[in-house]
Design a protein around this ligand. Structure first.
Ligand code: UDP
Length: 413
């Protein structure tokens, strides 16, 4: 077994790696392509960055393609994203035209690789039209929706489903997100990579240097939210929770760590609102990190006492998983994929308001034993459910099922 697979076996267990080897054996040498719309920033890029090398390590010839477009394309896809999460947005004909033309242009570039692939996963709405644009495809194509699509704005979903319905299957993170579609839908939650810079163990020196780098006081409690500057992540609600907490715990410090995703045009505006709300409070640290600041985020999650993810909508919330993996209880918005990860009162707390968040922050800071206990439970919960070995096992199982559609029983070799 390779060094990499041995390293996974040490963290996730030998069984997890044995299963991957068994499932990937019939796919050795097969061409597998993932397509999304950004190489950095956001959860999909985070997953693919480590999933693709692991798949190659298992002998599957895997590549990762990224479609690109102009402003109007990203405006359109951001509106689609917001509409799938329930916003009643109208998307103009002009923007939809940009969406279709951008996909058409990208299809011209990607067609040879995509039509030749044995397996394709198209991530999220941005590249969804590619299937229709590759009429001579020979492989199995699956659409992966990472978004909380539990209550999509109907006109936008109707438009998008025109592209999605022809896929061989689709998969979502939660049963709540499944849609009316003419093919089988699977439930596969995302995952983190325990060996990545974002999640690996760090030396004490690396952790300690974070205090100095960001001017944080190690003797005072720190609360953290890591997120793109996006309204659905509710950074203003986090600041409100911090201000409420400060009334009873004046020494509290808040870190909001974020950066941009290349496919997210709204970030700057939200960042401005966040800065406005923070005002001149020197205990609020608003960080704009480069896209490769994985170790920095890792260290920030480790120096924090409490991590928040106060999202109003959340497909999954990898930031929740990452913090839990570091033994931190997370106080998370009672929504979407956060509910899958935070077992209320056990691996963290689910909250519905800034007031609720402030209450739980105070409760945990005043009860260090409970904080520690919840953190331990959180880490074990991630080990059992949300590592990328489980994630890849389920993806390979999905394609195995598609490859063997006519069989009642599939016997692994
Ligand atoms: N992230 C990052 N830098 C940032 C903000 C976020 O590296 O400035 C990472 C974060 O650690 C996580 C991912 O981006 O791995 C965000 O995934 P999540 O599922 O939480 O949210 P999304 O951005 O996909 O909505």
């Amino acid at each position: 077994m390779s060094d990499l697979l041995e390293a996974y076996a040490r963290v996730a267990g030998q069984d997890a790696v044995d299963q991957l080897q068994q499932l990937s054996a019939p796919m050795k040498g097969a061409k597998f392509v993932h397509v999304n719309s950004t190489r950095v920033g956001g959860g999909v890029a985070e997953i693919l960055m480590k999933m693709v090398p692991l798949m190659n390590e298992l002998g599957i010839d895997t590549s990762w393609e990224v479609i690109t477009g102009e402003d109007k394309f990203y405006q359109c896809t951001k509106s689609m994203h917001n509409a799938l999460q329930g916003d009643q947005v109208h998307i103009s004909e002009d923007l939809l035209k940009a969406y279709e033309e951008t996909n058409s242009r990208n299809a011209d570039l990607l067609r040879p690789a995509l039509e030749n692939a044995d397996y394709v996963i198209i991530h999220d709405p941005q590249p969804a039209p590619l299937l229709k644009l590759c009429p001579n495809r020979k492989g199995k194509w699956v659409w992966r929706c990472h978004i909380d699509a539990s209550n999509p704005h109907p006109p936008v979903w109707n438009y998008l489903s025109g592209y999605v319905q022809d896929y061989d299957a689709s998969f979502f993170s939660l049963a709540d997100f499944a849609q009316q579609l003419p093919h089988t839908q699977y439930l596969i939650p995302p995952s983190i990579d325990p060996l990545s810079d974002k999640n690996m163990e760090l030396s004490q020196a690396e952790i300690d240097s974070t205090y100095e780098e960001f001017n944080l006081d190690p003797k005072r409690p720190i609360m953290l939210q890591v997120s793109r500057y996006d309204r659905f992540k509710d950074p203003l609600g986090v600041i409100e929770a911090y201000k409420l907490t400060k009334q009873s715990i004046p020494e509290i410090q808040l870190v909001l760590a974020g950066g941009g995703a290349t496919d997210d045009p709204e970030g700057e505006e939200v960042l401005k609102e966040v800065r406005g709300s923070a005002g001149k409070d020197t205990d609020i640290h608003i960080l704009l990190l480069p896209s490769d600041a994985h170790k920095t985020i890792n260290a920030l999650q480790r120096v924090s006492d409490i991590v928040l993810q106060k999202s109003l909508k959340e497909g999954f919330g990898l930031t929740v998983t990452e913090a839990m993996w570091k033994g931190k209880p997370v106080i998370g918005g009672n929504t979407g994929g956060i509910r899958l990860q935070i077992i209320n009162h056990h691996t963290g707390f689910l909250v519905d308001s800034p007031q609720g968040a402030a209450l739980r922050i105070q409760q945990l800071l005043q009860d260090p034993e409970k904080l520690r206990e919840m953190g331990i439970q959180a880490k074990e919960y991630v080990r059992e459910n949300f590592l990328n070995t489980r994630h890849l096992r389920e993806i390979l199982s999905l394609f195995t099922a598609l490859d063997n559609k006519s069989k009642n029983i599939i016997k692994p070799s």
